[in-house]
Design a protein around this ligand. Structure first.
Ligand SMILES: [Ca+2]
Length: 318
């Protein structure tokens, strides 16, 4: 059965490798970096996993539980529709019920892609999972394996759809981009999926989440957010100066709450690295924002990256 499914995976992969049109990330070309592909060989498995939290200027080592960590992404445990699925060499099969012959099958499709999804300096992985719960549907998911000192922790899977046709999986700007074809709203399952679709996903606070589709002028941007008395700014890595964080920003409440949570005891005006979706605007004609070069309307908070910084990004771009 494993070999049969491997063949299915290989067949899917040939189509999967076909193309990628750099669509999702309107992230202007200057904003694109990172990504990679291929499977990473793990030679050394440390006994204790350590990650770092940043509090202002300080990096605080945090010992992470080894529980739930796997040697590599194709042997990690993922959450599919609320259930834990542990892959063994990229494949899982279990009975629907102990007395049932019907099987739930899940397998990793195609090559995983690697990239630093949480800005902690190591390569995480994103992969496609195909999940057949034993009925008529075959569901496709995107999941992430977080790198924890060379070991891997699987995330929740985010569903792309039923019997879709995956085309490409990439990582750009710490965002996972899945391109696939699906059926139109009225297309029966008997027809081949032919409608181009794209989903951007972010790994934030240990979970994988789907982003809302980007508007025409929106970009995904990384940069430093600073909030303090009479200060509320966003300095995108691709810009040379601070921009006023517009009070009309739909994501402003979430940005301020996450800033406060991440830096509860930091000195005033400590910048915090974030990934935001939004658009640049003219600066306001009066008020505190009038002193800035322009304004930024933040529509989505993609992720908070206490360990992120623009210097690392520019080095990666060389
Ligand atoms: Ca990482």
């Amino acid at each position: 059965m494993v070999s049969e499914n491997r063949m299915k995976a290989a067949k899917g992969l040939s189509a999967f490798k076909l193309c990628f049109l750099a669509a999702c990330l309107v992230v202007g070309t200057a904003d694109v970096y990172g990504g990679g592909s291929g499977r990473k060989e793990i030679d050394v498995i440390p006994q204790v996993a350590v990650k770092y939290d940043r509090a202002g200027e300080d990096r605080i080592p945090v010992v992470v539980s080894q529980q739930g960590l796997a040697s590599d992404p194709v042997n990690a445990t993922y959450i599919i529709e609320g259930s834990e699925i542990t892959l063994k060499d990229g494949y899982s099969e279990m009975a629907v019920r102990p007395d049932s012959a019907t099987k739930i099958r899940t397998f990793a499709l195609g090559d995983m892609v690697e990239g630093d999804l949480d800005d902690d300096g190591d390569e995480d992985a994103a992969l496609l999972l195909v999940h057949d719960p034993g009925g008529s549907g075959t569901f496709y998911y995107v999941a992430v394996a977080e790198n924890v000192s060379g070991r891997h922790r699987g995330t929740n899977g985010v569903r792309l759809g039923d019997r879709i046709a995956p085309k490409d999986l990439r990582i750009r700007n710490s965002v996972v981009i899945a391109r696939y074809a699906e059926r139109g709203p009225s297309g029966p399952m008997s027809t081949a999926p032919s409608v181009e679709a794209l989903l951007c996903l972010a790994f934030d606070e240990g979970k994988l989440k789907a982003l809302k589709p980007l508007g025409q002028d929106e970009q995904i941007l990384e940069g430093r957010v600073t909030i303090g008395h009479e200060v509320r700014s966003f300095h995108a890595c691709t810009r040379k100066t601070d921009y006023w964080l517009s009070g009309d920003s739909p994501a402003l409440g979430e940005i301020m709450a996450r800033y406060e949570r991440a830096l509860p005891d930091a000195r005033p005006y400590t910048p915090l690295f974030m990934v935001l979706v939004g658009t640049f605007l003219e600066k306001p004609s009066d008020g505190l924002g009038a002193d800035y070069a322009g304004a930024f309307l933040a529509t989505q908070l993609v992720a908070v990256r206490p360990e992120g910084n623009c210097v690392t990004k520019s080095e990666q771009n060389r």
